[in-house]
Design a protein around this ligand. Structure first.
Ligand SMILES: [Zn+2]
Length: 75
């Protein structure tokens, strides 16, 4: 299965940009580049791909909350 989201990390400001994989492929096919949404730098590196955006979120959320996580996710 193809990954739906791609995560790019800016080498200048270190912020992450999450993009739709299909759109990235289309942009690159048209000889354009992926730039940072925050500072406009062209120096972005592909970090991870995921078919589920929540996985990215959960990962950092888990690190933050740990013990409280189970209760938070009940609903
Ligand atoms: Zn940036």
């Amino acid at each position: 299965m193809e990954e739906f989201y791609e995560v790019y990390k800016c080498r200048r400001c270190k912020k992450e940009v999450i993009l739709i994989a299909d759109e990235v492929a289309d942009t690159i096919r048209k000889s354009k580049y992926i730039s940072c949404s925050h500072c406009g730098s062209k120096e972005t590196v592909k970090d991870t791909s995921t078919s589920d955006l929540r996985k990215c979120m959960d990962h950092s959320a888990y690190k933050r909350v740990k013990g409280a996580m189970r209760q938070v996710r009940q609903e």
